[in-house]
Design a protein around this ligand. Structure first.
Ligand code: OGA
Ligand code: NI
Length: 374
């Protein structure tokens, strides 16, 4: 069946009409893709200078980057100084690395990937129960970045689950697919444990050795915020006109990203966009804005984006961790002295949410607004 006929069969009217009505777009890109559209609607078309300009261009725009690989089991071993150095170097030189041997069982990973795929396949009526414009809602389903504000939409649907405190948020999470809550809670806990261990190592690498500061921070992170974002990037008929996710940095301290085996994530490295090659069962870890602030700029939160693609559906699950929303992040006192004054103003998650509620988040605008100007 021709794509437009599939659309007609599913929705009672053609999808190829120039005037897509907005109701269709709010049903998300999975809906558009499933209806077999052959062109991306106008709402997704980026201005020429913001397009990825990838496919078929020279020099190779899909250049792959081999990110540093950090072996988590070595970090935890008795002779961990080499692994600790590779972790610190990766945070300083790339802001991104691949974490292997992280201890999250493969079946737990498979579970969250499968259940998130199933969620995006639910009828829109079911998914739409979880739509919310409240940034503090324990569950938010939607499309693009912020569908009520974005001028141009991006080619992704998402489900965001607040994970802390688990007993309080869990009853709000989607009740279908039936194993959504169980599998998501399982993965969220595993990711949180990993985050805690990794953060301990990062603090040691930064030589935050003052027992008081180190210990207090670890306690704050334990009670801190965790947001799990399930991203769905369906096949896109014109991937060179749009993006799965626009260039952004992550607001948290660290993001632990589970990406399936389909390429799509690009990071900015040495002023170039480079594609992260997926490593089976690894997690991609990146420095967020709060770690940039905490490290007083020693580690940078790196711009990244996601390309759409016409060949394969892609999913990812990001677990974003930081302090709880009312707690202040500031440059570590251990890293600040007369010669190294604080480069950032104190900030918290709540001010980030205010910021993104008031305007389109772009690039590293929020972090820029937190820099001390002299
Ligand atoms: C994010 C993100 C990348 C990806 O959720 O913040 O950057 O590959 N995701 O989905
Ligand atoms: Ni991100």
């Amino acid at each position: 069946m021709a794509p437009s006929m599939v659309a007609a069969a599913v929705d009672g009217k053609g999808f190829e009409d120039a005037d897509y009505n907005f109701t269709h777009l709010l049903k998300g890109v999975k809906h558009l893709s499933r209806n077999g559209i052959s062109k991306v609607p106008e709402k997704y078309v980026l201005p020429v200078w913001e397009r990825p300009m990838t496919w078929g261009a020279e020099p190779d725009p899909l250049k792959l980057i081999a990110l540093p690989v950090v072996d988590f089991s070595e970090l935890q071993g008795p002779n961990n100084s080499e692994a600790l150095k590779s972790l610190s170097d990766a945070c300083r030189d790339y802001g991104f690395f691949q974490l292997v041997n992280h201890g999250i069982p493969e079946e737990v990973t498979r579970g969250i990937v499968e259940v998130s795929k199933k969620f995006f396949e639910l009828p829109f009526e079911e998914r739409s129960k979880y739509m919310s414009s409240d940034m503090y809602s324990p569950v938010r389903y939607g499309t693009s970045f912020n569908q009520s504000k974005d001028k141009v939409f991006c080619w992704r649907d998402f489900l965001k689950l607040t994970c802390h405190p688990m007993e309080k948020v869990l009853p709000h999470w989607p009740s279908s697919p039936p194993d959504m809550r169980e599998l998501s809670a399982y993965y969220a806990k595993a990711a949180k444990n990993l985050f805690m261990e990794l953060t301990g190592a990062i603090l040691r690498g930064l030589e935050i050795n003052q027992v008081e500061e180190h210990g207090a921070l670890i306690e704050e992170f334990k009670a801190g915020s965790q947001l799990m974002v399930m991203n769905c990037y369906p096949r896109c008929p014109q991937p060179d006109l749009t993006l799965g996710m626009p260039p952004h940095s992550d607001y948290g301290f660290l993001t632990l990203l589970l990406q399936d085996q389909v390429e799509g994530l690009q990071i900015q490295h040495q002023d170039e966009w480079v594609m992260v090659r997926p490593i089976p069962n690894a997690r991609v870890i990146n420095v967020g804005d709060h770690l940039e602030i905490f490290s007083n700029g020693r580690y940078k939160s790196v711009l990244h984006r996601v390309l759409a693609n016409s060949r394969q559906h892609r999913v990812s699950v990001a677990s974003i961790h930081t302090l709880s929303s009312n707690r202040t992040m500031k440059p570590s006192p251990s890293l600040v002295d007369d010669a190294n004054p604080p480069k950032y103003k104190d900030t918290n998650f709540a001010s980030f949410l205010d910021y993104v509620s008031s305007q389109e988040p772009k690039n590293k605008d929020f972090l820029e607004s937190r820099k001390v100007t002299r």
